[in-house]
Design a protein around this ligand. Structure first.
Ligand SMILES: *Cc1c(COP(=O)(O)O)cnc(C)c1O
Length: 387
């Protein structure tokens, strides 16, 4: 360990962006590789929008100049989109309610800095959930308290969560992170979970991550005005097909937005990313036209996988599904899930192995057909499953 580095950083591992693709066995070159491990959109931008981006780059972007550091134009379009997509009046949210980040990951870090840094707060999450909250908290020396979810429907153990809020000290819980719908399990917040979030005191920041809003069409932005301690996170990395450009945004009370603006890096988004974000917002209907097909493909995938009695497949409100083997014995199942994950990878399908199960991104119709075929072939080779 380098002697000038903070002692607690010694035990951390760097985030591995594509765990499965990094370590993929070399498959023969005729094999089609399906990257269904990171919940990206299966489709790139339509050609005419790609061309528009190229033209913007050639004609409007000055490489020698800093980008627009205030993001006004993009925030304006985002605010309109948020109002419109939540069926609110066009005046509910304006640029004062929006902060833009280099991916929502940057906003998560900014929220942690703003609420918990310097020993002022811990965070609370219910496992399994998006790993980035814990990873970013850890790098900032912010403690994380975890509570479990029910194994049947992955609803948060609210008794444990409430107890954590009441008893955690030195430092107390200052931020609760929920994903709506949750990753990797695909479930939306339930009525009791919502009631609990509404009951949290104002000194606890509630972060509602709606990364999959375009697929779930469920949002809590309509309640933000009643809860100054709530913020909603969204991203352009999923339904808007811009994972390459790293754009996320936060919707919140203007006071909370002002804090986020204080802690963010200047020029946090490149001019090229900003141009891509503007094009996506100006063409959101065109981009979101593929969502119904993704949802239909999700239903097809779930129904087909449920035909196999060895698999337990959950419903999902997002663009991915979560499954496990039927047996509840995680110890013996763990080895089988690992084998399935590795064999799928060897046959060309990359999925995420997580929490005793697999998370599979819904791909194109062709990719999903291949997933089903490859899954069937892999399961047939497992003695404990095929019997
Ligand atoms: C994919 C995802 C994000 C997106 O992060 P970006 O940094 O915007 O790419 C955020 N939250 C959750 C829960 C996600 O699954």
């Amino acid at each position: 360990m380098l002697p000038f580095i903070r002692s607690d950083l010694a035990q951390f591992n760097a985030y591995k962006p594509h765990p499965s693709s990094d370590t993929a066995e070399p498959v023969d070159t005729s094999t089609q590789i399906d990257r269904l491990d990171t919940n990206e959109s299966a489709e790139d931008l339509p050609p005419q929008l790609k061309l528009e981006l190229v033209q913007t780059y050639q004609e409007l972007i000055e490489n020698n100049r800093y980008p627009d550091g205030g993001h006004e134009e993009l925030k304006n379009l985002i605010a309109s989109y948020v109002n419109e997509s939540a069926h609110l009046s066009p005046y509910v949210f304006s640029t004062a309610n929006i902060s833009v980040g280099n991916g929502s990951d940057e906003l998560i870090r900014s929220l942690l800095i703003a609420s918990c840094l310097s020993g002022e707060g811990s965070i609370l999450v219910a496992q399994p959930t998006f790993s980035m909250y814990g990873i970013l908290a850890q790098t900032l020396g912010i403690p994380m308290v975890t509570v479990p979810r029910k194994e049947t429907n992955f609803a948060i153990d609210l008794q444990a969560a409430q107890a954590a809020i009441e008893t955690t000290q030195h430092p107390p819980i200052r931020a609760v992170f929920v994903v709506h719908p949750n990753s990797p399990t695909g479930n939306t917040l339930t009525t009791p979970e919502l009631a609990w979030l509404r009951s949290l005191p104002e000194q606890v920041l509630v972060v509602i991550d709606e990364a999959y809003f375009e697929f779930s069409q469920t949002t809590l932005v309509g309640e933000l005005s009643q809860h100054p301690n709530w913020v909603v996170l969204r991203t352009f990395s999923k339904a808007f097909r811009l994972a390459a450009h790293r754009i996320g945004y936060c919707i919140a009370h203007p006071d909370a937005i002002a804090i986020l603006e204080k802690v963010r890096l200047p020029y946090n988004l490149s001019s090229f990313s900003l141009a891509a974000g503007l094009i996506a917002m100006n063409n959101h209907q065109l981009l979101l036209a593929s969502v119904p097909q993704t949802l239909a493909e999700r239903t097809k995938l779930i129904q087909a996988l449920r035909q196999n009695p060895a698999l337990k497949v959950w419903d999902s409100a997002a663009n991915f599904i979560f499954l496990r083997l039927q047996s509840n014995d995680f110890a013996s199942q763990g080895a089988d899930i690992k084998t399935i994950h590795q064999q799928l990878k060897a046959s060309g399908t990359l999925v995420r192995q997580i929490h005793h199960g697999l998370r599979i991104t819904v791909g194109t119709a062709i990719e999903n057909d291949r997933t089903l075929k490859r899954m069937q072939a892999v399961l047939a080779t497992l003695p404990c499953v095929s019997s």
